[in-house]
Design a protein around this ligand. Structure first.
Ligand SMILES: [Zn+2]
Length: 118
């Protein structure tokens, strides 16, 4: 079971017109980075998503509705981003399994090479 989460890298008001209500001071851009968490590990991915919400008409503006101007502003904000580097952190359960496997493999090697007799 894995759980995808996003954490916010940047949130900014942009001055483009809302494609829905044409208000020009209500669009809020949120740029998020994806994080995957499972029972075994937690990993920061390179995947970035951008969302735009209109605070006036209270709808999410999906990329298909973005105008060229909006896209330009989004790209501009993406360039100045401080992305977190990709990373992978193993959880204690993974370390437990890895340690267990190392012990088993070591035992098998020692027994099969005759270093330990059973
Ligand atoms: Zn709107």
């Amino acid at each position: 079971m894995s759980l995808s989460q996003f954490f916010t890298l940047k949130q900014a008001r942009i001055s483009n017109n809302c494609p829905e209500c044409y208000s020009n001071d209500s669009l809020e851009l949120t740029i998020k980075q994806k994080l995957i968490e499972t029972q075994f590990y937690k990993s920061i991915t390179n995947e970035i998503v951008s969302e735009i919400c209109c605070l006036n008409c209270d709808v999410q503006i999906f990329p298909i509705r973005w105008t060229d101007d909006i896209e330009q502003v989004v790209n501009y904000h993406k360039r100045g981003l401080n992305k977190k580097p990709m990373s992978l952190k193993l959880k204690p359960m993974s370390w437990g399994i890895i340690t267990f496997l190392i012990v088993i493999i070591t035992a098998v090697i020692l027994i099969s090479t005759g270093i330990i007799a059973i």
